[in-house]
Ligand binder design. Structure first.
Ligand SMILES: Nc1ncnc2c1ncn2[C@@H]1O[C@H](COP(=O)(O)OP(=O)(O)OP(=O)(O)O)[C@@H](O)[C@H]1O
Ligand SMILES: O=C(O)[C@@H](O)C(=O)CO
Length: 426
């Protein structure tokens, strides 16, 4: 059997996150950026394909259509399970897109049951009593309440989902989950409803997540954060679908200059920006000037040009919630986001074309989507993780470019420095 698992990720950092988890557990993984085109080919030994969409904040219909197209393509490749990967902080808007995409995928896969499990213990995301916690703080009291695009103001996953899905939403408490696979299966079996049903799964530890995937072995659709996927390679080995560890991709980062582009305004990214600036040069984007004419872009590019070389350079739009709000009130939330994303994406293209940049670290999922799309690489090869959930990858395009896509909230304070001092491969 070849491709076993097909993942549909709603943003690009989320895609490299789940790809990295599957690779760590011994799968050969291919990441496709955007919807696959006819020209996409892959080796026979690929076990899992991750399709990176930029559907988290798109209008519902567009997100559903793109997810269905991705699902159809994955089914054509013969996958046995489909995994809808969303953020471990359940990032969504009031309208979706998590619920509507799950509904559409359930209908497409002709199934009436799935699970929702965003927990990611190693990165501090846990679910208890159907409430999502970030480093022990309820989601709605965590910095996610001020996210520029998807402010999360409710921590209860059942309540959040009920406003977004047509399905029945049930909950399996941790007291059941921690007793293991058999008890969880009994919970699933108690439901004889023909109505589509989603179970929100509590998860405090990796073992809880692994028990959940084993209990859900017959479900054709799984949904959750990247950590939920960690048990799948072992499950597939148990079923005899995967016999051994696949040979892994090995690569060295291409020699050249390094650029860090930060479009995330998360607390973690702002700390990483401050840490980087203690040692290396960086420049802040001024979104208001950017909205007026090209002078702001020229200022940023000139700074990068003047400073890049032996040292890495940082360009960041990351700012405090108050300042971001002020910019959004002036320019509009979506327009401000797109403007900043387009600027950082343009810098990535110009720096790789004319400043010898071959290593790029991007912070932020939407920002990563914009940068990778602008670099026009259809596939990514996944390397070793720099920190949990953030691997180095190599863009498969005309030029070899190493790129690390860091989820806004991930990484330690010195993440950018660690990323740029680390080579990858086996
Ligand atoms: N100063 C700013 N003013 C307004 N919008 C900004 C500013 N800086 C960044 N943005 C926008 O905020 C959004 C941040 O989203 P992004 O997904 O890149 O980061 P994140 O949400 O922290 O990361 P992740 O999705 O991986 O958790 C982007 O659309 C970006 O362009
Ligand atoms: O799950 C996470 O937190 C990340 O993979 C992500 O999706 C950030 O955008």
């Amino acid at each position: 059997m070849s491709v076993l698992l097909g993942c549909i990720a709603d943003d690009f950092t989320g895609a490299t996150d789940i790809a990295s988890v599957l690779r760590r557990e011994g799968m050969q993984v291919l990441q496709i950026n955007g919807l696959p085109t006819e020209s996409v080919t892959y080796p026979d030994n690929v076990d899992a394909i991750v399709i990176a969409l930029k559907s988290r904040t798109e209008p519902v219909k567009e997100a559903v259509d793109a997810s269905l197209q991705a699902c159809n393509w994955l089914l054509e490749q013969g996958v046995v399970q489909v995994f809808f990967k969303y953020c471990s902080t359940f990032d969504c808007t009031a309208k979706g897109n998590i619920g509507p995409v799950i509904d559409a995928l359930m209908a497409r896969l002709n199934t009436n049951k799935t699970i929702v499990s965003p927990g990611y213990p190693v990165n501090g995301r846990t679910v208890y009593g159907a409430n999502l916690f970030v480093l022990g703080v309820p989601l709605s009291e965590s910095p996610m309440k001020d996210h520029p695009l998807t402010p999360m103001r409710d921590s209860n996953l059942v309540r959040l989902l009920e406003t977004q899905t047509q399905a029945q939403v049930n909950h399996i408490p941790w007291q059941v989950i921690q007793t293991g696979e058999a008890a969880i299966k009994q919970e699933f079996d108690r439901c004889h409803d023909m109505k589509p049903t989603i179970w929100v799964m509590d998860a405090l530890t990796d073992s809880d997540l692994i028990a959940s995937t084993f209990a859900a072995e017959d479900m054709t659709l799984l949904t959750g954060g990247a950590a939920l996927a960690q048990g799948l390679p072992a499950l597939y080995r148990k079923k005899g679908w995967m016999t051994s560890e696949s040979s892994q991709n090995t690569f060295s980062l291409p020699e050249g200059n390094s650029l860090v582009l930060a479009g995330s305004c998360s607390t973690a990214t702002r700390g990483q920006v401050a840490c980087f600036l203690e040692q290396y040069p960086g420049i802040a984007v001024d979104p208001l000037s950017l909205s007026k004419d090209d002078k702001e872009y020229d200022r940023l590019f000139s700074f990068v040009k003047a400073n890049i070389g032996k040292k890495p350079v940082l360009v960041y739009a990351s700012d405090t919630p108050e300042n971001v709000l002020a910019i959004q009130q002036e320019l509009g939330q979506e327009a401000a986001g797109k403007l900043v994303e387009a600027c950082l994406a343009r810098l990535a293209v110009d720096a790789t074309e004319s400043l010898g940049v071959t290593q790029i670290v991007v912070a932020g999922g939407e920002t990563s989507g914009a940068v990778v799309s602008a670099l026009q690489a259809k596939t990514l090869l996944i390397g070793d993780p720099i920190e949990p959930g953030v691997p180095w990858t190599i863009l498969q395009g005309d030029k070899a470019i190493g790129i690390a896509l860091k989820s806004g909230n991930f990484g330690s304070r010195d993440f950018f420095l660690r990323a740029l001092s680390k080579d990858t491969g086996e």
